[in-house]
Design a protein around this ligand. Structure first.
Ligand code: NAD
Length: 367
């Protein structure tokens, strides 16, 4: 069988810097664990615009459709702020998500013990937290028609439409239940069935899908209560299933439970391909961080954790994903900190590449 294939799109700003560290980890798996990947690299965002005049070339899009997983760094930067909307760096990212039909956005909120004091919440509420938010990514109010700003009488009216088909809800729900089967077998579905018909349908379909997963416990919560519970007692959750709009807000809220933007990975998954693997793109939640680009200050952990998600969700290598996450935990508990993780007195920050080296050393020590 051929090696799993990965397309790396480092992008702009700190994207290439953090991706260099992911490369070290990928190489380590090849050398020390004999797990080989066919890795290719291409341009996205401003870097692609500079070369091709578009933020994602058609050939790159075609490659992304063929590989087992896309690993993306970050796009954007001040040099591209004044470009026409149609060629802005972010359009490259949106095109990938749209054409690969990545409908399930996975945002873990995991709080490493060593960093629990970085959260705005009390240590005992977040220490050891490990929850997953599954946000439907390709439908709902951000896409529904009619939309626009219209004249109505003597004033204007702004309209967006929350619209979900049963099949859209069903495929997102299925992804959530599949995830829960690999985790603690709990799904909490969040909507506003008390005031929205789309929420009633959401609840009905989630309940129907649950019948196919008798081992998984399904609960329902109104999304506003969900927001409150996320900051009150986040450890009650395992997998949260929610729509595009609520997921946008709830996942950002959950992100802050864990401290730094430099620690947050994500995955966007689509339908299974012929080889059974889902269409997939993995990327850190953070952007291109122009304020620290080129200074060796970027924290590469969000991007490395995104690769750990690829190991788990695209390549079915859960044990190796655990190994990588434990290596990161060890590095942090030993006190290694990039500048974004400073707070304690008397700790000197290490650089992006030193953090990557430390993770590789901890991987080596895990053998
Ligand atoms: P940002 O995430 O780039 O940065 C926000 C703050 O967090 C900055 O102070 C930055 O230095 C810090 N930060 C981010 N990642 C870090 C890391 N790995 N290590 C250490 N510190 C880190 O968001 P922004 O400043 O609002 O946007 C900058 C550019 O990135 C813009 O062009 C924006 O459009 C783009 N952006 C891209 C993505 C993406 O590619 N997915 C996401 C968000 C923003």
């Amino acid at each position: 069988m051929s090696n799993p294939s990965i397309l790396i799109l480092p992008g702009d700003g700190i994207g290439p810097e953090v991706m260099t560290e992911v490369r070290k980890v990928i190489n380590w798996f090849g050398e020390a664990r004999d797990i080989q990947f066919d890795v290719s690299e291409d341009l996205v965002g401003g870097a692609a615009y500079d070369k091709h005049g578009v933020p994602l070339a058609d050939e790159t899009m075609a490659k992304a459709q063929e590989v087992d997983a896309v690993l993306l760094g970050a796009v954007g930067g001040p040099a591209y702020d004044d470009l026409d909307f149609s060629v802005k760096p972010e359009r490259g990212l949106l095109r990938l998500r749209k054409e690969m039909d990545l409908y399930a956005n996975l945002r873990p909120a995991q709080c490493f013990d060593a960093l629990a004091d970085f959260s705005s919440l009390k240590r005992d509420i977040v220490a050891g937290l490990d929850i997953m938010i599954l946000r439907e990514l390709t439908s709902g109010v951000y896409f529904g028609e009619p939309r626009g700003i219209f004249e109505e009488g003597n004033e204007r009216v702004g309209i967006n439409t929350q619209r979900y088909t049963e099949s859209e809800i069903e495929r997102a729900a299925r992804s959530a239940f599949e995830l829960a089967m690999r985790r603690n077998k709990k799904v909490c579905s969040m909507e506003k069935a008390n005031v929205m018909e789309s929420g009633i349908l959401w609840r009905e379909v989630a309940t129907r899908v649950a019948k196919d997963y008798p081992e998984v416990e399904l609960s329902h919560m109104y999304a506003d209560n969900g927001a409150m519970q996320l900051v009150r007692a986040p450890k009650q959750f395992d997998v949260i299933l929610t729509d595009n709009l609520f997921g946008d807000i709830l996942s950002d809220c959950a992100a802050m439970l864990t401290g730094s933007l430099g620690m947050l990975p994500s995955a966007s998954l689509g339908a299974p391909m012929a080889n059974g693997r889902p269409k997939a793109m993995y990327e850190p939640v953070h952007g291109s961080a122009p304020d620290i680009t080129g200074q060796g200050k970027a924290n590469p952990i969000a991007c490395i954790l995104s690769f750990a998600m690829a190991l788990r969700y695209s390549f079915d290598m859960g044990t190796e994903a655990d190994r990588l996450e434990k290596a990161i935990e060890k590095v942090l508990s030993d006190g290694a900190r990039t500048a974004d993780l400073l707070g304690e007195d008397g700790v000197d920050p290490i650089s992006t590449s030193e953090m990557g080296d430390a993770v590789v050393a901890a991987l080596q020590a895990s053998l």
